[in-house]
Design a protein around this ligand. Structure first.
Ligand SMILES: Nc1ncnc2c1ncn2[C@@H]1O[C@H](COP(=O)(O)OP(=O)(O)O)[C@@H](O)[C@H]1O
Ligand SMILES: [Mg+2]
Length: 192
């Protein structure tokens, strides 16, 4: 396989990211953890695109040959204050980049899954607590055991800096009208 990796751009808990050698206006994201973050990211992009909510995400697609994600490359945000959708976790401001004149999220491996023909979003409690202040009123949040949302053969290890136990997760019905409201409820972040 030809070398697809250009300049190293960053490493998170789940993915390592390089410029995409054949076209440096894209990046290649290779997963090093076992939580199938790349699969979740592709699915999240497809669902939010179908719901006309993808303008705040850096577009991505799956490259089967390299088993990686190819995503549009964003540039680092200049210092300043920016408005982001309240639904986006924001502890790590390195996950927000500038693409053309838009601020976009580059790390969105949300765990969406269907159960009895309904779509749900499951996330650790610590993630939910970071975005719950912007959640639309009336949201039905359930406490669940995360093992329900694991895919076959998948192991989940909480980040080492988290003290929350492995089975403390929330499950939220993922309904378009409610998610649209959550996008519309913005917050301000400060860069630099
Ligand atoms: N599309 C992108 N454009 C520019 N930099 C990116 C892009 N995607 C990821 N990065 C960089 O790589 C880092 C790790 O990628 P990320 O998707 O956050 O991985 P993880 O899920 O492991 O946190 C990001 O914090 C960011 O600095
Ligand atoms: Mg990240």
């Amino acid at each position: 396989m030809k070398n697809l990796k250009g300049k190293f751009l960053g490493k998170g808990n789940n993915r390592t990211v390089w410029e995409y050698q054949p076209d440096p206006s894209f990046v290649i994201k290779q997963e090093h953890s076992g939580i199938r973050a790349n699969l979740d990211e592709i699915e999240t992009f497809e669902i939010l695109s179908a719901w006309n909510l993808a303008e705040h995400l850096a577009p991505c697609e799956y490259d089967a040959e390299s088993e990686s994600i190819i995503m549009q490359k964003g540039s680092d945000l200049p210092s300043g204050r920016y408005s982001i959708p309240g639904i986006f976790p924001y502890e790590n401001l390195d996950n927000f980049k500038l693409l053309e004149d838009r601020i976009v999220l580059v790390d969105y491996d949300w765990r969406l899954y269907t159960h009895k023909s309904r779509l749900y979003w499951v996330m650790p409690r610590w993630d939910f607590s970071s975005i719950s202040d912007c959640a639309p009123s009336g949201l039905k949040v359930e406490q669940r055991n995360f093992s329900e949302a694991l895919r076959p053969g998948e192991a989940f290890t909480p980040p080492q800096d988290q003290t929350t136990t492995k089975d403390s997760f929330v499950r939220i019905p993922f309904e378009r009208h409610c998610i649209v409201k959550w996008f519309d409820q913005t917050r301000t972040i400060q860069i630099g």
